[in-house]
Design a protein around this ligand. Structure first.
Ligand code: MIC
Ligand code: SF4
Length: 643
């Protein structure tokens, strides 16, 4: 039987398990990445493992999220990450060098390799033909130490692309269409592979827009073949030797198949507050826009920026609009400067922001109250922009630029075509933003620099046979990690300070939660389906852990968040009958007894007063051992195994 692209890469990296859908497999990891907001924790965890030098082919620590530095906290964290990276064989990417995913595919990623990153948009690398996945910081720490990365073997979804995109229609519209069809849950437990003759017309950066936002499908990852387009891109980055051909076999078998005719696509927008709330831009044209942000790891490539510059050239943005543009990397910014496109943007009235995540994670440039903000980003969850009632629409760079000119949401196909932007023959290469690690002999004596904002890892608890606790919070479906552990300029500086950051836990849902939880000392959270979707931030598990949460009971979990709960020693449980969700109220005292017996069958009975409710566990044997030990770090210390 023929193989899919993902199966070929998995087979070559398989350390344990069988490639049967749903069964746990362990993978050898070639490359890792961290960013600063998740990196401090990941490196503290890595240090606790006592490994001198990373055992991957390449590990990179990027600084791109927490770059505001409105106090000592972020600067201290950057200094800590730089020093810990130098000591342990990890490359360091300076603040200002660019956004991790953009840089990774420009300068580091290689087709056919495995990559995990402590960021949910790590699948961006799939546009280059990598098997690239988002993971919790602890899992990345383990992979840096040479340990396997474990996932349930995904099912394979194939998306066939036909024909070519029309004028001013964009790769972003392709992924918005996939989201419209599949929803934010449609990719859970799956890898999405793209194929068909339509892919030939998509450049690597365009493919990376699609794989990047595949994270919003809940997918484990997304991947494109590595073909002549890939070779062309790597050659223009002076890295042709990193190219290998990679494609699926003719008779490869997929669990689901979809076809999208690129020539029929129209500009689309994801409306507030979910990336799958997709509507044609044409239907939104009466909406007045306050703010526009162009950039993020989804749409900040040179080609994206050039299209925007072409649309803005010689024109002026509408008076009521504030336009912020953040190029994805120093390479993109310097090329825009060199060709004059930057001047076209500035002259049209754009504010040029740093080459960082910036507004995407509420690090400045928040909209006015109730303001409509059009963003070329990937997430529009409630409150993520930093303005709780901000109305964020996710659109293509073309739609963003067209709307900046008119002041209303505008269909860019009604304007003159910006034409196709081809990959340049040669990108501008300047790797001075990457700092290599110290040679191992020098590294031994190198000091790791820690600031006062770095607090110890919270205490975890070995799983007990009985948990009796109150439901401290009951939430609905599609709760994101932005609900659980909000980000933004006020909160992000405390990513290495769990006691402090936990005071913001569930802030957008119920501001009283942290105090109530702390007072109760022990508690349970109840949630709906797709609980924990979105970011990979393990803080969404570590803050509840610190606040005393022992179990989370939901209709279904998002993959990375469930792994993070187990790593933190919190018991994740799923209603056998989703209707039982309605039988529990916030404030109920619940008892889970005979948990050890239950672990054997992955099943436990919940007692809520007179009611008995059957719950399922979706735990691999390894995860059960981890819970019994009190989380991954304790498990690793006790067993001497990294996993
Ligand atoms: C995000 O886009 O939500 C983030 C910020 O990049 C997160 C990581 C984090 O919370 O630090 C992610 O996607 O994993
Ligand atoms: Fe940064 Fe936004 Fe991408 Fe997350 S989604 S990595 S915050 S640009």
């Amino acid at each position: 039987m023929g193989k899919t692209i993902a199966e070929k890469i998995i087979e070559q990296h398989l350390l344990s398990g069988e490639m049967k859908t749903g069964e746990e497999i362990g993978l050898r990891i070639d490359q890792t990445l961290t960013q600063d907001a998740t990196g401090t924790m990941a490196y503290l965890e890595f240090e606790s493992m006592g490994v001198d030098q990373v055992r991957t082919e390449r590990s990179v620590a990027y600084i791109d999220h927490n770059t505001l530095q409105s106090g000592f906290e972020n600067a201290d964290d950057h200094r800590y990450i730089q020093s810990v990276a130098a000591k342990h064989g990890i490359w360091f990417s300076r603040p200002g060098n660019g956004i991790c995913h953009q840089l990774q595919y420009e300068r580091i990623g290689k087709p056919g390799k495995t990559l995990i990153g402590s960021d949910s948009h790590t699948p961006t690398g799939g546009g280059l033909g990598m098997l690239a996945m988002g993971a919790g910081g602890m899992d990345v720490a383990v992979a840096m130490g040479g340990g396997a990365y474990y996932i349930p073997m995904p099912r394979l979804i194939r998306v066939n692309l036909k024909n070519r995109l029309g004028d001013n229609v964009s790769a972003k519209d392709v992924i918005l269409e996939v989201l419209r069809q599949l929803s934010v849950k449609g990719g859970v437990g799956a890898i999405v592979e793209y194929g068909g003759e339509g892919i030939q017309s998509l450049s690597v950066p365009e493919r990376c827009t699609i794989t990047n936002m595949g994270a919003e499908l809940g997918a484990t990852t997304s991947i494109f073949p590595s073909d002549e387009e890939t070779r062309k891109f790597l050659k223009a980055q002076n890295r042709e030797e990193d190219w290998i051909p990679l494609s699926s076999d003719e008779d490869a078998v997929y669990a689901e198949e979809y076809t999208i005719d690129l020539s029929e696509l129209k500009p689309l927008a994801a409306c507030p507050h979910s990336p799958d709330n997709v509507k044609p831009v044409d239907e939104l044209k009466k909406i007045k826009v306050d703010q526009i942000a162009i950039g993020s790891c989804t749409n900040s490539s040179y080609a994206d920026m050039l299209k925007v510059a072409r649309m803005l050239k010689g024109k002026k943005i509408a008076d009521g609009v504030s336009l912020g543009i953040s190029p994805g990397s120093r390479q993109v910014l310097s090329m825009l400067a060199e060709c004059g496109a930057l001047t076209d943007m500035i002259d049209a009235g754009a504010r040029i922001l740093e080459c960082t995540c910036g507004p995407c994670i509420g690090m400045g440039f928040s909209p006015n109250s109730g303001g409509v903000s059009l963003r070329t980003f990937n997430r529009n969850f409630l409150g993520r922009s930093g303005t709780k009632d901000g109305q964020v629409y996710l659109v293509s760079p073309e739609t963003a630029a067209a709307s900046a000119l008119s002041g209303y949401i505008t269909d860019p196909t009604t304007l003159e075509s910006v034409g196709k932007v081809e990959i340049p023959e040669q990108f501008r290469i300047n790797d001075s933003g990457f700092i290599p690690p110290l040679p191992p002999e020098e590294a031994k004596d190198a000091e790791v620099l820690r600031g006062p904002n770095i607090k110890p890892f919270p205490e975890t608890h070995p799983l007990e046979n009985e948990i009796q606790a109150e439901v401290l919070l009951k939430v609905g479906d599609n709760i994101t990690t932005d609900h659980i552990m909000p980000a933004g300029a006020k909160v992000l500086p405390y990513r290495s300070n769990i006691p402090k950051i936990s005071t913001f836990c569930f802030g957008v849902v119920d501001e009283t939660f942290p105090e109530r939880a702390k007072a109760a000392g022990k508690g349970i959270i109840v949630g709906g389906s797709n609980y924990g979707q979105g970011s990979s931030r393990e803080h969404a598990a570590l803050a509840p852990l610190y606040l005393g949460i022992r179990a989370v009971i939901v209709k279904s979990f998002a993959r990375i968040h469930m792994a993070n709960l187990v790593n933190a020693g919190i018991l994740p449980l799923v209603f056998e009958d989703p209707a039982d969700y309605d039988r529990i109220r916030q404030g109920d005292v619940l008892t889970l007894s005979d948990i050890f017996e239950g672990l054997k069958e992955n099943r436990v009975i919940l007692h809520a007063g007179e009611k008995e409710i059957p719950l399922r566990m979706e735990l691999a044997e390894r995860q059960k051992e981890m819970l019994l030990a009190g989380g991954l770090l304790k498990y690793a210390a006790a067993t001497g195994k990294q996993r």
